[in-house]
Write a protein that binds this ligand. Structure first.
Ligand SMILES: [Zn+2]
Length: 412
């Protein structure tokens, strides 16, 4: 057991805090020719200045182990002789793993069951700061037999003909930014929804044709801020896109999209939307509920909202008139009264139904009883900065909650 960490050594007898924190390799083990018993165990501290390291006996020599902040990867080991305190800061998983081995040693557990170091001097690589950024621009640099450094926060793999997102990448627990643009990726694995701190995902210039709706659920949906799917072959975006509640920047330009999801207004944090160079004929009218800073919808084939002949203002589907189901009435009542029960309070199918609402142009909630209709949308009201190739009025698909709203928004 050997961990890469930062250690501050306090000399208690000198009454000072001693040396400052420095990169270290901290091991627990026994010398190769020693007996397999706890009395031959040492904690071995190596630094760049002292690669041979200092050995602290374990048996009967530890006055205390302080683990109050182990959830932050911090702990302190107090030795009797020499009277040193080792204040350790490491990766949380490594810190817990080290303490678990030390605990086994202090409890006199079978030494052969422990992962022990041979107390050899530390190598330079064991004393280097963990790598947080890796850029791979050449196929030959892509690791095949080795793993990616566990500490990576930023990974770029571009122009290497990568055809899938591997589990080795998905498993990087600290990854915040992943750029796999300019490859040949066709699908995204569902397991990506387990990535726990990914804020940026760049997948432009790949061969994505569709995205499984489950990808944008789970932990990923809570952390993602920037999503670039431009220059792929997408014809539809998954309806679960609406779950990316913190998304600020969405780029789906240069695909084959004919529609944007009607529920796009659920992305309340969205500020930058690029959907240029697609096959869009209409926009979701609910875009008016967003406060966008920039919207680029250049290079589409929008139906002109001023062209009353092409724009069919007659509702395309209508479900008003029939009496709503009890489930719908209850859901509307919840939403209107600010009640937001979760799957912990009500059956998960009901919770899914409750949050499947669409919004009417009036701001009201809709479930089954709504009318879909084309309306004319003034794009200047959607964002501060707009890039559009036709007039400022484009056709939009609206969900309308009542006959009153149909009369209000669909009149010629
Ligand atoms: Zn309405």
């Amino acid at each position: 057991m050997r961990i890469n960490c930062e250690v501050q050594v306090s000399h208690r007898s000198a009454g000072s805090v001693g040396k400052k924190c420095c990169r270290s390799s901290l091991g627990i083990g026994r010398l190769p020719d020693s007996k397999a018993e706890v009395s031959s165990l040492f904690i071995h501290l190596c630094t760049v200045q002292n690669k041979q390291g200092t050995k602290y006996k374990v048996a009967g020599n530890i006055e205390g182990v302080f683990t109050k902040f182990v959830s932050e990867g911090k702990f302190t080991i107090r030795f009797k002789e020499p009277p040193h305190d080792l204040c350790v800061k490491a990766d949380v998983v490594l810190a817990k793993s080290f303490l678990s081995t030390l605990k086994m040693a202090l409890q006199n557990k079978d030494i052969n069951k422990m992962h022990l170091s041979n107390l050899a001097p530390a190598k330079q690589s064991q004393l280097e700061k963990p790598k947080t950024k890796l850029v791979i621009l050449n196929k030959k640099d892509y690791p095949i037999t080795t793993t990616f450094p566990y500490s990576l926060e930023n990974l770029h793999v571009n122009n290497v003909e990568l055809n899938r997102v591997e589990n080795r990448i998905i498993g990087l627990k600290r990854l915040k930014s992943l750029d796999l643009s300019h490859n040949v990726i066709r699908t995204l694995p569902v397991a990506m929804n387990r990535m726990q701190c990914l804020t940026e995902l760049h997948l432009s210039h790949n061969s994505l044709k569709e995205i499984d709706h489950r990808v944008f659920t789970g932990k990923l949906s809570r952390t993602l801020r920037r999503l670039d799917l431009s220059n792929n072959e997408l014809e539809l975006l998954p309806v679960t896109l609406k779950f990316l509640e913190g998304l600020v920047n969405l780029n789906v330009s240069s695909n084959k999209l004919r529609y944007l999801p009607l529920s796009l207004d659920r992305l309340q944090a969205l500020k930058f939307l690029s959907a240029s160079h697609n096959k869009l004929e209409v926009l979701p009218a609910t875009l008016v509920h967003l406060q966008l800073e920039e919207m680029d919808i250049f290079g589409n084939s929008f139906i002109d909202g001023d062209n009353r002949d092409r724009l069919n203002l007659v509702p395309v589907s209508k479900s008003h008139g029939s009496f709503p189901r009890l489930k719908e009435i209850a859901a509307l009542s919840c939403m209107r009264n600010g009640l937001r029960p979760t799957a912990a309070d009500i059956p998960s199918t009901l919770a899914d139904y409750l949050y499947s609402w669409l919004k009417c142009l009036c701001g009201g909630f809709c479930y089954e009883s709504h009318t879909l209709a084309y309306v004319s949308l003034d794009v200047r009201k959607i964002a501060h900065s707009i890039s559009v190739s036709v007039s400022n009025h484009v056709a939009a698909m609206a969900t309308l909650c009542s006959k009153r709203c149909c009369d209000r928004y669909c009149k010629r």
